[in-house]
Design a protein around this ligand. Structure first.
Ligand code: C5P
Length: 291
């Protein structure tokens, strides 16, 4: 009944080019307005069906082989939604730093959902797949679509668009993580604060006007994250000393930081310079297209 078919997927990371917190919801989550860009830093996810009915996870980081792993939870959520009785075997090769604000766990979960839908003969349409994704975590629906998107609500509304050009990114994971829940818990939304909106940035990206687009990068979580962990400020200062006057932005709720570049050579020079810090992990990546 089961073929030994294995689906291998590359699960990309993301950066938030823009992240505004619009308000607190009655369910404790926050409504967001965010422009999210998938980038070429990848985990490798292999998924196959298992006739024994058991679901298992094998990972290059042994500490992640737990039932709480979002990839395994994605498998059970899919099985329930699609009425699938087979077990699922997942092999995960992690490259994306953990708790780095780069969406690695969410991307792995989305990759599992997409692979299982393929293996099971597409029982879930796009809408149901997005719903299952949203039940797993706020960043998972974005990764079902990928590419570049305006993400709103808690993260469940994903409106993809095609930028006219892509940035190169230097992404610096400083070697420690920050808890997303802690950042949101400590966030104080001041009513007097000037709320930003993503409209201008979206238009500039669509038009391929990268130099001006860069000036609209924004992350509302930054201030809170820097207050929560002093090491973040030190990491930013160290990175800034290496990337000249290039702007540094926090990835999601941190602790990774990124700088964006229009041309590859400048990005490569900055990448080499940040690598010279010999701290954490440094990636040279570019924005990637979605579906
Ligand atoms: O949904 P996810 O598990 O990724 O979110 C982690 C934590 O971040 C949540 O428990 C919540 O405290 C916070 N969060 C939020 N509003 C969002 C996304 C996340 O308050 N839109």
């Amino acid at each position: 009944m089961f073929t030994a078919k294995v689906i291998e997927v590359k699960a990309p990371a993301k950066v938030n080019l823009f992240l505004e917190v619009v308000g607190k919801r009655p369910d404790g989550y926050h409504d967001l307005e965010s422009i999210v860009q998938a980038v070429s830093i990848y985990d490798e996810v292999s998924v196959s069906l298992d006739a024994s009915g058991a679901s298992t996870l094998e990972c290059n980081i042994k500490a992640l082989e737990t039932p709480q792993n979002l990839a395994l939870r994605a498998a059970s959520a899919f099985k329930e939604a699609a009425g699938l009785s087979a077990g699922v075997h997942i092999r995960l090769e992690k490259v994306i730093p953990i708790q780095g604000g780069l969406g690695g766990g969410s991307s792995d979960a989305a990759a599992v959902l997409l692979a299982l839908n393929d293996l099971a003969g597409l029982p879930l349409d796009a809408g149901r797949l997005l719903k299952v994704a949203a039940g797993l975590g706020s960043d998972v629906p974005f990764f079902i679509k990928g590419g570049t998107a305006l993400v709103t609500g808690r993260g469940e509304h994903v409106d993809t668009f095609r930028p006219g050009a892509f940035f190169h990114f230097v992404v610096f994971f400083p070697g420690f993580g920050i808890s997303t829940a802690e950042v949101y818990k400590n966030l104080t939304l001041k009513l007097t604060e000037n709320r930003r909106n993503a409209k201008v940035l979206r238009e500039l990206l669509t038009g391929g006007n990268l130099p001006t687009a860069q000036e609209c990068f924004f992350n509302r979580l930054e201030e809170t994250a820097y207050e929560l962990d002093r090491r973040l400020g030190q990491a930013k200062a160290a990175m800034q000393a290496r990337v000249g006057d290039s702007r540094i932005v926090l990835c999601g709720s941190g602790a990774s930081l990124f700088s964006a570049f229009v041309d590859y050579d400048t990005a490569y020079g900055a990448y080499r310079a940040v690598k010279g810090l010999r701290q954490g992990e440094v990636f040279l990546a570019n924005g990637i297209r979605g579906e």
